[in-house]
Design a protein around this ligand. Structure first.
Ligand code: ZN
Length: 222
């Protein structure tokens, strides 16, 4: 058990942050959730996050981050910007500059306010689209900065940092949350829960990981 057993999870209602929520509930006695409302294209995302928080009976902070959308319109917030992968070394159209810098900073301020020392985020360096603010070095650097800024000792935990999508499914399964995560979460850029639309980049990534994991699980059971 950690010395300080209170934690804040950066929570979007997607597969990754919901898996982190289950991870946090195993590790810490007291867990609260922070969701950022930045005028996501799909309001559904906030609704899903609220429902999951409610299912788990956890305190849920929803913070207004519409400023982010005002500063940097992108494919996650605007219907007229297409969702596409980055080509020729460019970042994908879903990249929001400074998003994790702001989200982790605000989540840590919430942690400070409730007396928690732990912040959990589902960012992952392994099979991501190359977002610079999902890199381990960035999170570690920000952790130092936040500690200096508040003269405190927070720990930012990244349980998914080195997992690929199949391994994230495996972790959900180990946490007895496989079915819950599969059915209740929203990852799809088209706002469809569970297995999603099956066609957008987020669904493709999630589906490929799921198939790989299910194959592996079948082999283990045989
Ligand atoms: Zn989709």
């Amino acid at each position: 058990m950690e010395k300080n057993n209170k934690a804040v999870v950066v929570f979007s209602g997607g597969q990754d942050s919901t898996t982190c929520l289950f991870w946090a509930m195993k590790k810490f006695d007291h867990v609260e959730l922070v969701t950022f409302d930045y005028n996501q294209r799909h309001k559904e995302e906030i609704e899903v996050a609220k429902e999951i928080a409610n299912d788990m009976d956890l305190k849920h902070h929803i913070l207004d981050m519409s400023l982010l959308n005002q500063l940097a319109p992108n494919a996650l917030t605007r219907d007229d910007i297409e969702v596409k992968d980055g080509e020729n070394g460019e970042l994908p159209s879903t990249f929001v500059p400074g998003r994790n810098l702001l989200f982790l900073s605000f989540a840590t301020i919430v942690a400070n306010q409730i007396g928690a020392k732990n912040v959990i985020t589902g960012v992952c360096e392994t099979d991501f689209s190359g977002y610079p603010d999902c890199r381990d070095v960035f999170v570690k650097s920000l952790n130092v900065t936040l500690n200096l800024s508040m003269d405190d000792q927070f720990v930012i935990h990244t349980p998914l940092m080195w997992l690929d999508k199949a391994e994230t499914w495996e972790l959900a399964d180990e946490l007895d949350a496989f079915t819950y995560v599969r059915e209740k979460t929203l990852t799809c850029y088209n706002g469809i829960r569970g297995d999603g639309c099956g066609e957008c980049p987020a669904c493709e990534l999630r589906q490929n990981g799921l198939e790989t994991y299910l194959e592996k699980r079948k082999e283990v059971k045989q």
